[in-house]
Design a protein around this ligand. Sequence first.
Ligand SMILES: Cc1cc2nc3c(=O)[nH]c(=O)nc-3n(C[C@H](O)[C@H](O)[C@H](O)COP(=O)(O)OP(=O)(O)OC[C@H]3O[C@@H](n4cnc5c(N)ncnc54)[C@H](O)[C@@H]3O)c2cc1C
Length: 466
Amino acid sequence: MQNNTSISDAMSSNQSFWQHKYGRYQPNPPLPAGVHKVDVLIIGGGYTGLTTARELKRDAPELSVMLLDANDIGFGASGRNGGFNMTLFGMEPEVTVFRWGKNKATQAQSYMQDAVEYVRTLIDSEQLDSDYEHTGMWRVAYSAKQEKRLRKTFGLLQELGGNESYQLLSQSDAQQKLKSPRVRAAIYEPGTGILDPCKHVRELKRLAEQAQVNIFENSPVLDIEKLDGTNKVKTANAVVHAQKLVLATNAWSHTLQGSKKLRNRQRPVWTYQIVSDPLTAAEWESVGWQDRMSIEDNRQLVHYMRITKCGRITMGGGSIGIDVTEDMNKWHDAIIWEKLKAHFDWLFPALKHKKVHYQWGGAVSSNMDMTPEIGFLGDENIVYANGCIGHGVSLTQYNGRVIADLLLGKDTERSRFWIVNRKAIAVPPGKLLAWLGVNSINAALKTVDWYEERELNRSVSEGEEQ
Ligand SMILES: Cc1cc2nc3c(=O)[nH]c(=O)nc-3n(C[C@H](O)[C@H](O)[C@H](O)COP(=O)(O)OP(=O)(O)OC[C@H]3O[C@@H](n4cnc5c(N)ncnc54)[C@H](O)[C@@H]3O)c2cc1C
């Protein structure tokens, strides 16, 4: 569809490149004024909420299911991510093993492999227009220290996810597929893919509506209250009485009024992306990016990059944005965008002349122990999910399937996965302690990257983080 909005208008209304590229979008009307009654109300229309809604209606068509989103569908992380349908759980496999042990880390890897397959099968079987490509993913090392750690990670990943799931590429193997002088070694994981996040989330909306879910957009929930065994949810001019409630608000969860517990489960962490002008055939030749695989580096503050369907390179990550207030308004960060361009130039010197076409930001939900969580508030009639960090494309959709199981009282292998009802570490109370908590984690990650990349001698202008 034709999009007449200019890039500067789209950026000033905090749209992602994918949302802008999507073209004209007609949101559903807001929730009409008055009192409404439903069996299940879902708050948040990203991957988590939309998948839960559709799966519920498919399993129990007799239930009335309503979904409210504060914005247009796809405004949240689901419409603005890198689009990696990937198996990484939480922060890093080493961190998961350290915190939870090998047995749980193995279960987590298997859950994530199922999650990737769930998304791929859904797209195939429903013929979703999500621009999906199952082209695999690389994890790359730039420095000798990173390579040493990468080789250890390779062994660990094989232990957790199966030998056949990963291959180790030496520098010369890697050079055959990507002509970047900076890549020293890579892990290749074939069983992953990339998609257009905004097209995909709006396809999920279409599926949910086909299943008879009632979706209202631009309908922010202002308060939640327990009343005579049901949940009373208020918007600006309407009230919804719901037997069961799903809080699928991801990085916004701490802003929801009505539950102290939910307010201390997570905080937003902001991540930023840039996308280049389209590359010419000669430029693709010079960078030699074969197979359209997606790429992450194995830094702590990871960069992620991929090719778009329209022939551009998009890159995100590196530095992060932190704001523990409830403003949710750090959509732009010119300094981080500049650092991303510097990293792009450093990684692909042959493309230094390429201009940035568009830049944007978005919030991921991060908790204190860097581990995703699905939990109940009080009784089992309110379910919430968050803490997916930057690895939620597959996870949150599969979590939606699990939440539907939980609401229907189904005992399945996936609903017994250990992140369900786990005891997560609460975010410290008050803005100062929360700020100190999140900043200490950020400082520790930056220090590891600085230590491992000292030999690269990168200056600030070349994408150095410190
Ligand atoms: C820039 C970026 C890059 C990323 N890249 C990747 C990647 O490549 N691979 C990967 O696996 N993960 C990635 N992620 C993470 C992934 O996008 C998320 O984990 C996932 O999309 C979260 O889905 P969700 O449905 O839980 O939340 P969201 O999509 O954030 O949806 C939450 C919704 O709740 C709504 N909401 C909030 N408050 C209210 C309220 N009061 N009332 C009503 N509605 C409300 C919001 O409007 C929003 O639409 C990235 C995230 C970002 C931001």
